[in-house]
Write a protein that binds this ligand. Sequence first.
Ligand SMILES: [Zn+2]
Length: 75
Amino acid sequence: MKCHRCHGLMVVDYFIDIANSGHLWLCGWRCVSCGDVVDPEIMQHRRIQRARLARMARSLTRKARKTFDLERLSA
Ligand SMILES: [Zn+2]
């Protein structure tokens, strides 16, 4: 797995959950180059954000196509 920030090597690491969310130890990934940490919850949030951005991009693309069709018909 590559780091999304620096494309460095991510290694499996274990972290203590100090917020006490019910899991004392968390398994995640840590970048050996920049120290970025990713755990399953962070990855889930990123997937949700990517899905939202993809929906917005599709919506904007549809609107742009409609605008293009209107311009083409009037020309
Ligand atoms: Zn990194």
